[in-house]
Design a protein around this ligand. Sequence first.
Ligand code: 13P
Length: 266
Amino acid sequence: MAGVKPGERVAFIAGNWKMNLDHLQAIAFVQKLAWTLSDARHDYSATEVAVFPPFTDIRSVQNLITGDKLELGFGAQDVSAHLSGAYTGEISALFLKALGAPYVIVGHSERRQYHHESDEQIAEKVAVSIQNDVVPVICVGETAEDLELYGPSAVPVAQLRAALSLSEGATNVVVAYEPVWAIGSGQAATPEQAEQVAEQLRYVVAEVLGGEVADATRILYGGSVKSTNIAGFLRQPNVDGALVGGASLDIAEFASIAQFRKHVGT
Ligand code: 13P
């Protein structure tokens, strides 16, 4: 079956809402998403589904998910490298832990680009998340210029090495390969391109965290994922899911992506 990988990695479809939907919109959205998936008899044990709303929505989403016993996961889009103190505007991993947030996105290219996050800061954020039992979804990816200069995997590989540099011994991370040129462009990487980089990223996880952890680590592809191209990515041996931006804001489309096993023929 598509998506069942060596090491029994459960497929993971993650929706990064970016700066969209307020907390009231989030509640309505998550309710409808859960109904849509339940109508489609979604098998969460085979494909995990999670949403990553803005910070102001997370408490509402958590309340809904726990109150209604929904099987959806959730997480934040960023976290502070610090645990507490005089860091105006920052959110601590302790606060995410207190909300029971299973995941946090770290090092998204929009944070690297617009907020000038360095590899060192990202490594700190990854470490502080792991230390507080919040699984980091570590984003890496090359720009179009990097691709031309260095080829497809050199930059993502270096970014992942750096991101894991303070976290030797970690056992639970998710990696998202998101080529910057594919994000929001409508021009996704090909499944073969995604596989080529995902394989290299798995070697990095093996190098730093060991072979067993590498086998169990989910590596996602992100960048213009839609219901019409998802199945091709999930057929690749090293691609275990997707980090979806724009298409995660459309309930029917996102639910259809989560149901990728139904498009295996596409
Ligand atoms: P798009 O799916 O809109 O290309 O965004 C991808 C992304 O950045 C997810 O984190």
